[in-house]
Design a protein around this ligand. Structure first.
Ligand SMILES: Nc1ncnc2c1ncn2[C@@H]1O[C@H](COP(=O)(O)OP(=O)(O)OP(=O)(O)O)[C@@H](O)[C@H]1O
Length: 787
């Protein structure tokens, strides 16, 4: 009988499997039918509990019109309830009603059938268990155990005795708890926590699905829109692997368009595969929670705001009313000399400069004012005047006049601003304040690289410290690593204290802050290798960028045994780029440009600073790849053009007054001030806390000189040398990351083996970013060669 019942029910779940054949309409119709059927069963069952005795006489006399049933669903309710509860499985049969209802909901909302099969299996399991259980403890109540439950228990106790049945039932219960719910004593608490979340997620998910369906419905109703859905859905998926939720959403999109077009089977299969990974990762997350990259330094404390100085001690900007008036008169008079009438003038007071916004009288052409820019500046005779004609987006002209008593923008004020504190950015940086005294926060990850230049003593080093400090205030040591290059050996030394928290370096280098140019070249090349390795990981994980990758890793969808790991952002800071490019030339320019072009997606960001903004330092290649630029004060217009492709930086007043561009318009900012003692306190605060055993290690890179000196010493070969050689020859691809993945090696060991393979003549020399050439064609030749 139980079999018969299962047969009855299974098809419902099996119907769902060949999803693609079911049009949305069919699913909705069948779904709502099952939904109502489930509801009817549920009501019948409930009512049966109270009326079963009264209605019992009906069972064999269903067609007698004189008899009335008390069941809420009358004779139908009585009959089915009797069948499922009384003759069947007792109150466990409520599961049938519930499962039918659930199937209805799944079909209605077009949710994945995979889960449903599971629900049915375990739902029926529990139903059978309950029947046996009740027959075991209260055998006299057929309504609790049902006849089937009673009979089976009878049968079992006949053979294994009452105690045997008890043991058997306990075993089944444990089976359910362990397999279905994943309970072990220590995971019990973790489970309870996660269950809540997964239920919430499911609701959100279902809502999203419903909205997506609705949207598609709307799309289908209009022919034009239908085309756009069809075009967008599939191409989105092919080009951009998505996170779990997005994936199932786009899967739905494809299915819907497939009903119109009917040939996107491939995507459907891919989506099914993703489901399996999902199940596993969900289970892992359920058992262990999300992966927490911060766990190793879980007690790490972020630096406190009071480590920073409050230079203004609560004072805001102070500006003299007379100063404002005098400047206004001067501006109006000067413009009058050039026959430019003013309709209105408005002043916005910033920390360093005040912006006078002028609306010229009707009929005056902006171009006229623009042409007179230099003359007007001369007439106003003040350093630091910058004319913006027109102010982008407005029909007005801006004249920036320096304040007589500029106020400092303390790092403390920008760090504690809500704008920075609540910034939802990957690498938020509080650069300073705008001319209208608003805190200016940018995302380094979006820049994605920054070029910083200005004459000496104008605030570059402070600017670098502002950037680094911003990140220290927002990012845990597990999330970001700095590679610091400081040929001047003074500016960044303080950061030595946080070497084992925040710095990254090559294993062979002792000092984490690199001062020697030859080592810089190696390190930059090492970052290129890191970049390639990260791209391999991204490709393998089928994601587009580090953010998605880390999300996927945290959700335990990527297996660490395949070489996957949480990837911190890496920020490379080069303090004096001029020295470097003068001595190393192309050797450094090429890998820098390569990093700049490609590294954004994998979380490596470059900041290069120079006090010599000449074209042989800031070359075309560098400029093309650094759209975000900061110019501090420079001495000539030419320098300003070299940095910004525009004048203006020569009109700045120094001490952190700067122009910032992210590729479009220029923004004048007052850089925040963080002085050496403050940086000292912050690094001391961080440095005194528990650290990682070492700085974050970058891949090994052997420079030209050291590369050629590898001997082919057979005794010193790695124990897995031969295996590695075979992998390389089979794949015909000489890369350390390949060995890393296939042999599950660390980067250093894989790198060493590659060097040994080079020495043994199996692979060619290092070719920068490209994989090395493999010099042996097949395994037979390799055998010969190694002999
Ligand atoms: N944002 C700022 N607010 C106030 N004063 C500043 C600011 N930035 C710099 N200064 C002042 O300017 C001085 C020089 O700044 P900084 O050392 O950053 O210049 P620099 O451009 O790095 O010089 P160099 O190229 O010689 O290292 C600082 O000591 C400080 O007094």
């Amino acid at each position: 009988m139980s079999k018969a019942k299962k047969k009855n029910n299974n098809p419902k779940s099996a119907w769902k499997l060949p999803k693609i054949k079911w049009s949305k309409k069919h699913r909705v119709i069948l779904g709502s039918f099952l939904l109502f059927l489930g509801l009817a069963l549920f009501l019948s069952f409930i009512s049966f509990l109270f009326n079963w005795k009264a209605d019992q006489s009906l069972i064999n006399d269903l067609f007698n019109k004189e008899l009335e049933a008390k069941n809420w669903l009358s004779k139908f309710g009585t009959k089915v309830s009797h069948f499922f509860i009384f003759s069947g499985f007792g109150i466990g049969a409520f599961n049938i009603a519930f499962l039918t209802l659930l199937t209805g909901i799944y079909l209605f909302l077009s949710l994945s059938a995979k889960k449903l099969v599971k629900y049915w299996f375990w739902g029926l399991f529990i139903m059978a268990w309950l029947a046996l259980f009740f027959a075991f403890i209260i055998p006299s109540q057929p309504i609790l155990s049902g006849i089937v439950g009673f009979e089976i228990t009878e049968f079992l106790s006949h053979y294994i005795g009452k105690i045997g049945v008890g043991i058997f039932l306990s075993f089944l219960l444990i089976l359910y708890l362990v397999i279905r719910l994943g309970w072990t004593p220590d995971q019990l608490s973790a489970y309870l926590k996660n269950k809540k979340k997964s239920i919430e997620d499911e609701f959100v998910h279902a809502e999203e699905q419903a909205t997506s369906l609705e949207q598609n419905d709307q799309a289908n109703s209009s022919k034009e829109e239908e085309v756009s859905v069809d075009e967008e859905g599939p191409s989105e998926v092919k080009l951009s692997p998505k996170t779990k939720e997005e994936n199932s959403l786009s899967k739905e999109k494809i299915l819907i368009s497939s009903e119109e077009e009917g040939d996107v089977k491939m995507e459907v299969q891919a989506a099914e595969e993703e489901d399996e990974v999902d199940e596993l990762s969900k289970k892992l997350v359920q058992d262990f929670g999300e992966f927490d990259p911060k766990l190793e330094l879980s007690n790490y404390q972020f630096p406190r705001i009071d480590l920073l100085e409050d230079y203004n001690k609560g004072k805001g900007i102070t500006i003299d009313q007379n100063e404002l008036e005098a400047n206004k008169v001067k501006i109006v008079d000067t413009l009058k000399n050039y026959k430019i009438g003013i309709a209105d003038i408005k002043a916005t007071i910033g920390p360093t400069v005040t912006l006078y916004e002028i609306i010229p009288e009707a009929g005056i052409r902006i171009s006229k004012i623009k042409n007179l820019e230099d003359d007007i500046a001369l007439s106003l005779a003040a350093l630091g005047i910058r004319i913006i004609a027109p102010i982008p987006g407005k029909g007005t002209i801006g004249i920036e006049v320096p304040n007589q008593n500029p106020s400092i923008v303390p790092m403390r004020s920008v760090v504690s601003s809500p704008k920075f504190q609540q910034a939802e950015m990957q690498l938020p940086i509080a650069l300073g304040k705008t001319i209208s005294n608003e805190t200016f926060v940018v995302d380094l990850a979006k820049m994605p690289h920054l070029l910083m230049a200005g004459a000496t003593g104008q605030g570059k080093s402070v600017g670098l410290n502002v950037i680094l400090t911003s990140l220290l205030y927002q990012k845990h040591p597990a999330e970001v690593k700095f590679v610091l290059v400081d040929p001047k050996k003074v500016e960044l030394t303080l950061f030595n204290k946080i070497e084992r928290h925040y710095l990254a370096k090559m294993p062979a280098i002792e000092e984490a802050i690199i001062t020697d140019n030859a080592k810089v070249v190696n390190t930059v090349n090492s970052l290129c290798i890191e970049m390639d390795a990260r791209y391999d990981l991204l490709k393998d994980a089928m994601v587009r960028n580090i953010k998605e990758y880390n999300q996927k890793f945290k959700a335990r969808k990527l297996n660490p045994e395949d070489g996957h790991k949480f990837l911190p952002y890496i920020v490379l800071v080069i303090d004096e780029f001029a020295d470097l490019i003068m001595t190393a030339g192309k050797e450094i320019e090429t890998p820098i440009a390569r990093l700049a072009q490609l590294a954004r997606a994998i979380g490596i960001h470059l900041i290069i600073a120079t006090q010599r903004p000449s074209v042989n330092v800031i070359t075309g290649m560098i400029k093309a790849n650094f759209p975000a630029r900061i110019a501090f004060r420079v001495t000539s217009k030419i320098d300003s053009r070299t940095i910004l492709d525009a004048g203006g930086a020569d009109q700045l007043i120094g001490r952190g007054d700067m122009l910032f561009t992210q590729g479009n318009e220029l923004v004048r900012l007052q850089c925040a001030l963080v002085d050496t003692p403050e940086v000292d306190r912050i690094t001391e605060f961080i440095g005194s806390q528990k650290a990682y055993p070492d700085a974050h290690l970058l891949p090994e890179y052997q420079g030209e000189e050291s590369g050629t000196s590898i001997d082919d010493n057979i005794d010193e070969r790695d124990s897995r040398f031969k295996e590695a050689a075979e992998i390389i020859v089979t794949a015909q691809q000489g890369s350390a990351s390949l060995l890393q993945r296939k042999m599950k090696l660390g980067y250093n060991r894989a790198g060493r083996i590659i060097d040994q393979l080079e020495a043994a003549g199996v692979v060619g020399p290092f070719e920068g970013s490209k994989a090395r050439q493999v010099l042996i064609n097949d395994l037979n030749s390799l055998e010969e060669h190694l002999k």
